[in-house]
Design a protein. Structure first.
Length: 246
């Protein structure tokens, strides 16, 4: 337990000392949701009119999750491999599972903090209503989407043998997903070709079930949910096979 606590504190300090991650995971969603909600009062989604803030909230919530789960995990772990950080941990008798557990909860803590701050600003500044929400479904979906996104980061950090190349791959895929997942620009407004590309990505369906859990009273499209669960299982299996603690 003391070992996990020490690793948790170490990973937390490393994350806090990375200003760009803290900015994009906490401040950027605040900025984007204010801009998006200021552009219009209502948005047409699946043939129904919903308040702009209800459309924007899950969108920029998932932006924070992707920044932490893919940006910080994928790029961060690649960098750890590059500087032989894992090798030093192994010398200190730290197991891979100890590091993964500590890192998982540190990144989850940052994602939850960003979510809480986004909740507060959306309620206090943008008058977001909390009525009619299925909170149990929403938080279960949030946790599922978080796990899937975190596993994408793990896979990106380890899919290439060379650590430096892995870091470059993680950065490229990270920015690709930021755009094509619809967390910075609504997918519905993209050209048809780009929408088709988006629908090939697991993060597209992660955003979709977050949106459905938030403003359609927890009525989640079964196909979307199955795709996210299936993607999570596949990513977990791949992570077990390719994780490099060296």
């Amino acid at each position: 337990m003391n070992k996990l606590k020490g690793l948790f504190n170490l990973e937390l300090k490393k994350t806090i000392r990375t200003p760009i991650i803290m900015f994009f995971s906490i401040l950027a969603p605040q900025f984007f949701i204010y801009i998006q909600s200021s552009l219009s009062e209502e948005v047409i989604m699946n043939g129904q009119s919903i308040p702009s803030i209800d459309y924007s909230f899950p969108m920029f919530l998932y932006l924070a999750v992707i920044v932490v789960g893919i940006g910080n995990v994928g790029v961060g772990m690649s960098y750890n491999r590059l500087i032989k950080f894992f090798t030093r941990l192994k010398v200190s008798n730290v197991r891979a599972i100890d590091f993964i557990v500590a890192n998982f909860f540190v990144q989850l803590s940052i994602a939850v903090l960003s979510t809480l701050l986004l909740f507060l600003s959306s309620i206090l500044v943008l008058d977001m209503s909390l009525e009619g929400r299925n909170w149990t479904i929403f938080f279960l979906v949030f946790f599922l989407v978080w796990i899937m996104t975190y596993l994408i980061g793990i896979v990106l950090a380890n899919i290439v043998k060379d650590a430096k190349t892995s870091q470059s791959v993680s950065l490229i895929v990270y920015f690709f997903l930021i755009f094509f997942s619809g967390v910075t620009y609504p997918i519905e407004l993209m050209p048809e070709l780009l929408q088709k590309i988006s629908k090939l990505l697991p993060t597209y369906y992660g955003l979709r079930i977050l949106q459905e859990a938030w403003y359609i009273n927890g009525n989640i499209d079964t196909t979307h949910l199955i795709i996210v669960i299936g993607s999570t299982v596949i990513l977990f299996v791949i992570s077990l096979k390719i994780f490099k603690f060296d």
